[in-house]
Design a protein around this ligand. Sequence first.
Ligand SMILES: *Cc1c(COP(=O)(O)O)cnc(C)c1O
Length: 387
Amino acid sequence: MTSPAIMNTYGERKLTLVKGDGIYLWDDNGRRYLDALSGIAVSGLGHNHPKLVAAIKQQAETLIHVSNLYNIQPQEELAELLCAQSGMEKVFFSNSGAEANEAAIKIARKYGHEIGIDEPVIITMNGSFHGRTMATLSATGNPKVKAGFSPLVSGFTHVDYNDVEAIEQLNDPNIVAILVEPVQGEGGVHVPAGDYLNQLRTLCDKNGWLLMLDEIQTGNGRTGKYFAYQHNDILPDVVTTAKGLGNGLPVGACLAQGKAGSILQPGNHGSTYGGNPLVCKGATTVIKTLLNEKLIENCDVMGRYLIDQFKQRLEGLNKVVDVRGKGLMIGIELDTECPELVAKASEKGLLINVAAGNTIRLLPPLIINKEQADQIIDIVTQLVNEL
Ligand SMILES: *Cc1c(COP(=O)(O)O)cnc(C)c1O
């Protein structure tokens, strides 16, 4: 039972998870679950990774917080590591994904004002998810997220995902940027055409727009590269990330390069504890562990294996519309709404999620091995067959 003291924004919650280790979680009755959700693409290293636990302990004993009015060594180390991984040049740290997108939106708007556009417009996609703050829910391409919260923040125009022509036809002189997920996560794990991001890059170059990628979910190794745009060999102007960056520590980042990197100036933006010593030490340890333990490579191999197996076992069934994904971001779309599968899976000891009402979404930790992947394949195949 959820305490009545909790504001009811998540509906009825059945499970109480009290302990974690690697890919496993335990509930308050001591029952073990294989975690194929990772706190929604957060716990890439699995739960309680010893390197992360040690780093947090050590930093907590040294310095938890100081203001951004001072130099913060762990923040500088993390920024440099992120720039080296991404090809970006500048980082602003926030406490969440939505706030990272807020920084990106502010960069795009100020960029517009600097080039003489007083009412800048940002293109975002139908089916997208960019967060729950007023600006990011206005950017989001899902009416359910916006319902009841008007007046919305203006300055966003929506087009279909994976539709370059729709953007070419917009013909609005106030457009300053495109904000897009390389793979749509909350929208139901939608993977665009292989050259979609390249085409968006070309369009942005031609029109003087900023290409801003929301890698809050796809970043930090989740798709089998550090960032998903690295599959496309392009460089965006702005990248936002969060989720897997902190493995559960609240940290988000807005990265930028070129002209986009110097738009925010002293006094334009800030955060009391965005990028504080504790979370930055943790996030630095997360990145180093992803690299040292070759977990991004493992993600690529295990992701291909899972998607391939699901295609073989499920694609022939009438009720299965599509099996898709990139790395360990996997969606199995069914021809009916299937929210009940979440509880049925947990009865079988597996934690999954359903996105967009009809798509089984799997986001296991990047540490997953073949035996654990086989368990997920068996249970999910069984669940779909029983449906
Ligand atoms: C989760 C998510 C967000 C929002 O992140 P929060 O940390 O919940 O604010 C934004 N964009 C994408 C693509 C996401 O997956």
